[in-house]
Design a binder for this molecule. Sequence first.
Ligand code: 13P
Length: 252
Amino acid sequence: MRRKLVAANWKMNGDDALTETYLLAQNKLEASPCDVLICPPATLLRSLSETFRNTNILVGGQNCHHEADGAFTGEISASHLRQCGASHVILGHSERRLGQGEDSHTVARKVRRAREVGLDIILCIGETFQQRESGLALDTLEGQLVRSLPSEQVRPESLTIAYEPVWAIGTGHAASSNDIVEVHSFLRQKCVELLGGVGGKDVRLLYGGSMNPGNAAKILALPDVDGGLIGGASLNPGSFARIAAASGGRSH
Ligand code: 13P
């Protein structure tokens, strides 16, 4: 049985005021039946992790560099995230793959760096609308998954894969249940092939893309959906808490 994870990706949004409103929702978040993770912009990471220090609410980064340190102006390292109290890091988000030209090979190097300092990984993969329309969704996802993992095996309990169809992100149109079930069972099979029967079943598979309090219960009850990665709806802690409350806690 996998414990579900509901994670907030604030992206380049939020400020001290949002941290304050999250604090007001602390009791609700702590009562969630699943793990709860908040990934704010890097500048807010330390204050958020201090705010939630003695709680079961986790905080994480949205990206890190693939080198441990060095002359990389403007970048942030995995150990910087760790020092700010992060337990997780989101890697390979489509907004970085498409917007910042990040390829899977670079993502794999980031995964390795993050694991070296003990960060758990939320590895994002997702096909574009064109790739889906051309019947290439599963091939695209498999390619991204295989190439975004380093050659040495990542401990399955420290790995979460987030399926985020690019066309569903921020559009208000979540993928259909049929599409999610098809992709998640495919990804489960691929995880078993890559990490073995036991390990492959320990990896959590999240869905992300226009999840909100209205559709969360339905999506989070689908087979092999072990949680959600929430963008827009996480900018309202009440909405985010309702999604976490709808998660059902564990997947079979
Ligand atoms: P939305 O929930 O805003 O569609 O964003 C999803 C996402 O990209 C989370 O990483």
